[in-house]
Design a protein around this ligand. Structure first.
Ligand code: GDP
Length: 138
């Protein structure tokens, strides 16, 4: 059990200029930023990040979307980080997300859903290490 999770602010949110507002919600919810960077994923890198979804029908759409515009990747720290962050972002499909969640406020569809949040401590570590070297994690 760790107290860290990993997030990406996705291309749709970048394009709409929502990055700052989303970071403020994350900050206000009590998460400390332990690493952060803005970057533009190549199709190859986006495909590697979502390798686990390779067999899903939406995989190609997801890779195209995630490599369309820059993203902001971050490692976040807080007690119970993974679970609390999933609560803050809301359901995968914003139509099902609770009021006040990041996806309810900033996402348009199940595919273009504004933010990523790790689903386990194990994946949080793998995903954080995908973007940040040990020298970049504070
Ligand atoms: P998450 O853990 O809430 O992000 O959801 P999943 O792990 O199930 O899916 C990963 C990501 O794939 C989602 O955040 C969406 O960006 C995308 N995705 C999931 N379902 C669909 C779908 O039906 N269509 C499309 N285009 N993308 C999807």
């Amino acid at each position: 059990m760790t107290n860290r999770t990993f997030t990406m602010i996705k291309p749709d949110a970048t394009e709409k200029g929502s990055t700052g507002a989303i970071l403020k919600m994350i900050n206000d919810a009590g998460f400390r930023i332990a690493a952060i960077k803005m970057t533009h994923l190549s199709k190859e890198k986006a495909g590697a990040f979502y390798e686990v979804h390779k067999e899903r029908p939406f995989y190609n759409e997801l890779v195209d979307f995630m490599s369309r515009s820059p993203i902001t990747a971050a490692i976040l720290e807080k007690e119970n980080a993974v679970e609390d962050f999933r609560k803050l972002i809301g359901a995968t499909n914003p139509a099902n997300a609770e009021a006040g969640t990041i996806r309810k406020l900033y996402a348009a569809s199940v595919g273009e859903n504004a933010v990523h949040g790790s689903d386990s401590d194990e994946n949080a570590k793998i995903e954080g290490d995908f973007f940040f070297s040990m020298l970049e994690q504070f």
